[in-house]
Design a protein around this ligand. Structure first.
Ligand code: BES
Ligand code: ZN
Ligand code: ZN
Length: 513
């Protein structure tokens, strides 16, 4: 897709489709909706006036109104897109609104479109707070690129409905604001393309995306993006004594992969932090000998969603170039039952030397992460963050809207939470205090891999990981409930969401000097 930020009057843009945002400026619960355009163009206001006045359009979030051949406007079609209440408007509604424009265009085979940059000065201050222009431009770029993504790549009857060109038309003549908008716009394109890269990996079926193939695709991305990359198989995993990763991988005909990415800024602070992004890369999770039921097992191809988030974030970091060192460790394997598979009752030794009694081979993600987190520390990580589709229990606890965050460090958590205002992703902090440790005590070994009780399963999993991070500041993101959506939205295809990529980029940026 060709993307341009153009400083021109949107009414003069020659395009098949011009999208303009509108908000509801009514206040009070029972007041009738009062739509108002976020545009200072008289031509656009005049063209839309009869429809706005009709009361049919209420400016609800992602509500659309299409006008053909709008008088006085150069575009062939004018699409008014609602962003909801003016008072609560944020860049996150703008991101969704921009996505709605693209999802509207695609099924109609409209290949080129423009979006009018939302002008808050179209309304008086009492109606809404102003939006920062750099982050607004970024949200538009993200919304457009993310909405381009579709899951149907293996359908023979697939129609290629991709958008060829997108213009963001802004009536801005202040040079400083123009530069800020351009900066935000360019960052948004990079971040969203990286999130889509993660989504493409997640959507691949298990027979295509084996651990080896995940390594190949990561290496190719790294070569394109200027990241250092190493991909190792059985030999290195055995040499490092990664007994937990090995136990999960040993029941599969597919060899595991240990993937290491390194981003080195041009002038790193000598004593600055080394951030480590660790990902669960189970390319298919049958449950192993503790096999899963058949219903929905196909979904377990997305059990590498944590790894994909880390790989996508590293891609974005390589292009955005923050001044901080970042490494990524992905532990990838296929969890299968066969004659060589690990079994309940087995005792294995992790890379850290801790012994683990296996109670359930379906709790495999925490095993591969145990070795990934420990290995990251041996590589010099000062801060650890991991993402994983770790437990069904996180969906039970938080529903499918918020992902879970667990941490041993308030400061690192604050860095992460502060970034959510920009990323627009939702994470909710869960408890991870030592009084939960009893759940993983074993009589036979140092710890066991599942708790004795079915309550608080997401916390039990987090407590297991905590055993391997020691005092190093650490965050665990459990994205099992949010990495795949069964329903589409007006601005987003169903399928892999690519959650965590945007928030990880913000977290890394927050440590840059
Ligand atoms: N990959 C699953 C978790 C999962 C569940 C991801 C649903 C996405 C959607 C994980 O490996 C797993 O099977 N966890 C078990 C843990 C249990 C055996 C303690 C679970 O959640 O049931
Ligand atoms: Zn499992
Ligand atoms: Zn799993």
């Amino acid at each position: 897709m060709n993307t341009t930020l153009a400083f021109l009057d949107p009414a003069t843009a020659a395009t098949p489709l011009l999208a303009v945002f509108a908000v509801d400026i009514s206040t009070g619960k029972d007041a009738d909706p009062h739509p108002a355009l976020l545009s200072t163009s008289d031509a656009i206001a005049n063209a839309a006036a009869p429809w706005i006045a009709s009361g049919e359009f209420k400016a609800g979030l992602a509500e659309t109104l299409l006008l053909h051949a709008p008088a006085g406007v150069k575009a062939e079609r004018l699409l008014i897109i609602g962003l909801g209440k003016a008072k609560t408007l944020s860049i996150h509604e703008v991101r969704k609104g921009a996505g709605t424009a693209v999802r509207f265009a695609k099924p109609r085979a409209i290949r080129d479109l423009a979006i009018a940059f939302p002008e808050d000065k179209a309304l008086s201050d009492e109606h809404m707070d102003s939006l920062p222009c750099d982050l607004t431009a970024r949200a538009i770029a993200e919304g457009v690129v993310l909405a381009e993504y579709d899951i149907d790549i293996y359908r023979s009857d697939r129609k290629d409905l991709s958008v060829h060109s997108f213009t963001c038309a802004a009536r801005e003549d202040d040079k400083k604001s123009q530069a800020e908008m351009q900066h935000g716009f360019d960052a948004g394109l990079i971040i969203a393309a990286s999130q889509n890269f993660a989504r493409e990996l997640i959507n691949e079926p298990g027979n295509v995306l084996t651990p080896t193939e995940l390594g190949n695709r990561t290496a190719a991305m790294a070569a394109d993006s200027g990241l250092q990359c190493e991909v190792h198989g059985w030999d290195k995993i055995n040499e490092l004594k990664m007994g937990a990763l090995a136990a999960v991988a040993q029941g599969s005909a597919e060899p595991p992969a240990l993937i290491i990415l390194r981003y080195e800024p041009a002038n790193p602070k000598p004593d600055g932090p080394v951030l480590a992004l660790v990902g669960k890369g189970i390319t298919f999770d049958t449950g192993g000998i503790s096999i899963k039921p058949a219903d929905n097992m196909d979904k377990m191809k997305y059990d590498m969603g944590g790894a994909a988030a880390m790989i996508g974030a590293m891609r974005a970091i390589a292009h955005l170039k923050p001044n901080v060192r970042v490494i990524s460790i992905v532990c990838s394997a296929e969890n299968m039952p066969d004659g060589k598979a690990f079994k309940p009752g087995d005792v294995i030794t992790a890379m850290s030397g801790k012994t683990i009694e296996i109670m359930n081979t379906d709790a495999e993600g925490r095993l591969v992460l145990a070795d990934g987190l420990h290995y990251a520390k041996t590589l010099g990580a000062t801060h650890l963050i991991n993402a994983a589709t770790l437990t069904g229990a996180i969906g039970v606890a938080l529903g499918l809207l918020n992902a879970g965050l667990f941490s041993n460090c308030d400061d690192a958590t604050q860095h992460f939470m502060d970034g959510l205002a920009t990323s627009g992703e939702k994470f909710w902090r869960m408890p991870c205090t030592d009084d939960y440790r009893d759940q993983i005590k074993s009589q036979i070994a140092d710890i066991m891999n599942t708790g004795g009780s079915r309550y608080g399963g997401a916390i039990t999993a987090a407590m297991f990981l905590k055993e391997f991070v020691g005092d190093t500041p650490w965050i665990h993101l459990d994205i099992a409930g949010t990495a795949w959506m069964d329903e589409s939205k007006a601005w987003q295809s169903k399928g892999p969401t690519g959650i965590a990529v945007r928030s990880l980029v913000e977290w890394v940026n927050s440590y840059a000097s």
